[in-house]
Design a protein around this ligand. Structure first.
Ligand code: GLY
Ligand code: MN
Ligand code: MN
Length: 468
């Protein structure tokens, strides 16, 4: 389906396709970074993803103008003093050659080329203000897009949602490195005292490849906190460690993997029971992936398997179909089954639901469906995550109203026996192919016994070394 191309050819193909979709010029800014306490000490810079898609490299304070398949680059030459602090950097002409620009100019000239131009807003306030000032209208973020900006956003979605070969090369690189990071995290757990040490070992693998993390890593014994960003907890033998860590390549392409493993190297019987339900949901969802299938239906497959599993364990009472209709599964699986993945971990969510939701569809206000981030029929070339989970969120399960309302559906006493399962998630990155799917992160085991082996292997080695 795909053939190999160089960066400038890839970018040319992308803008030619864009030219087929809109008939106004598109101007995309890369954005800038802001400084902390003095100008040279800046927060990490990340170029805007739409810019990266058509501009190819993470330039700072640059813009590109795309019209009829042509590319104009706007960027200032580095200040003469810059070489002292930052070394030699490529000139405007060198950058233009690398990305195949037809024309390259200083930023100050951009305003002469903005007539009737469409754009989408960048991430940082300073550049966003500049966009609005230069275009002489408010550039509205997310769901407030309108007019030619909305047309441009729709055209961008149309292209970015189906990955081309160059994108897939990068996405596979991110997946490989993320798999290695997870294996390292499993191996290091036995010798780590705190979550922070496991995180450090994993991120070292990613940084060692000159990549960065695609999102704030989650490495926590409190997996019930869905986006837990703390790493100070001690690792105790009975804990499960929920680890959601993904790499981002130098040109911005992401992976997103979660595994949950026992700190001791051995799941307790209760942990294993729930783990196997989540894994069954994960496997059944991936099994269903094929072009044409509704992603919302895949979410419901996971909901049903989780409900069935919890009924089998005696935690829920009732018919699984009825429980899912009543959103009971969402007491334990409150998020959607996944999302689009690409240049961003929740790809294109800066455009609201424009990418995630098929035209004419709106988010449901049902508890069990409102966090569904993707609601479209799948198509070959889409990359999605599949990430079912089970969580005991105190804010949900300790709510007296909920406990009372569901007293005949949830066996609260039985649930207490599973107190050592605070949070489990299993997440893989799945490419939709012409005939089904390919799991880009399949090299990372997810069966409970394989995970136990990976966690134990280093521990066993250590013990042997200590004994010899
Ligand atoms: N890593 C964030 C997520 O899985 O959605
Ligand atoms: Mn995810
Ligand atoms: Mn994730």
């Amino acid at each position: 389906m795909y053939t190999s191309t160089s960066l400038s050819e890839t970018l040319r193909h992308r803008r030619q396709k864009l030219a087929g979709l809109i008939d106004v010029p598109a101007v995309l800014w890369s954005g800038g970074s802001s400084s902390r306490n003095f100008p040279a000490n800046t927060f990490p810079f990340r170029a805007n993803s739409h810019f990266l898609y058509f501009g190819g490299i993470p330039l700072q304070n640059a813009a590109i103008r795309l019209e009829g398949g042509n590319l104009q680059l706007f960027i200032d030459e580095p200040h003469p003093s810059s070489a002292l602090w930052h070394g030699e950097t490529p000139t405007r002409e060198e950058i233009a050659t690398r990305i195949g620009a037809d024309d390259a100019r200083p930023m100050a000239e951009l305003e002469d080329y903005l007539e009737n131009a469409a754009t989408v807003s960048v991430q940082d306030a300073a550049t966003w203000t500049q966009q609005s000032q230069l275009l002489d209208r408010w550039i509205l973020p997310k769901n407030q897009l309108e007019g030619i900006d909305l047309d441009l956003a729709k055209a961008i979605v149309c292209l970015r949602i189906i990955h081309d070969e160059a994108a897939l090369v990068e996405l596979r690189k991110a997946a490989v490195v993320s798999v290695e990071a997870h294996k390292k995290g499993m191996a290091e757990t036995g010798k780590s005292r705190r979550e922070a040490e496991v995180r450090a070992a994993m991120e070292a693998v990613i940084m060692g490849q000159n990549m960065t993390t695609a999102y704030t890593s989650i490495v926590t014994v409190h997996g019930e906190v869905l986006h837990n960003g703390h790493y100070y907890n001690a690792l105790q033998p009975g804990d499960l460690l929920l680890v959601d860590v993904g790499a981002e390549t130098e040109t911005g392409w992401a992976a997103d993997i979660t595994r949950t493993w026992p700190v001791s190297g051995k799941f307790s019987p209760t942990q294993k029971d729930i783990y196997d339900i989540v894994l069954a949901a994960h496997d059944a969802c991936i099994e269903k992936i094929v072009p044409g299938v509704e992603y919302g239906d895949i979410h419901l497959v996971a909901a049903m398997i989780i409900a069935e599993g919890l009924v089998d364990l005696g935690i829920l009472q009732g018919k699984p179909e009825d429980l899912v209709k009543m959103d009971i599964h969402a007491l334990f699986f409150p998020h959607g089954i996944g999302h689009l993945l690409g240049l961003d971990v929740h790809d294109m969510e800066d455009l609201g639901d424009l990418a995630g939701y098929e035209e004419g569809r709106k988010r449901s206000d049902r508890f069990g469906l409102s966090y569904l981030r993707l609601n479209r029929p799948l198509r070959a070339g889409m990359l999605v995550t599949i990430e079912p989970g089970f969580y005991q969120v105190p804010g949900i399960l300790h709510d007296p109203k909920i406990r009372d309302q569901y007293q005949y559906i949830v066996n609260w006493e039985r649930l207490q026996k599973f107190a050592d399962v605070r949070g489990i998630r299993i997440e893989d990155d799945v490419l939709v192919t012409e005939s089904g799917s390919e799991v880009l992160t399949a090299a990372l085991p997810n069966q409970a016994n394989d995970i136990e082996d990976l966690v134990m292997s280093e521990k066993t080695k250590q013990t042997k070394q200590n004994l010899s």
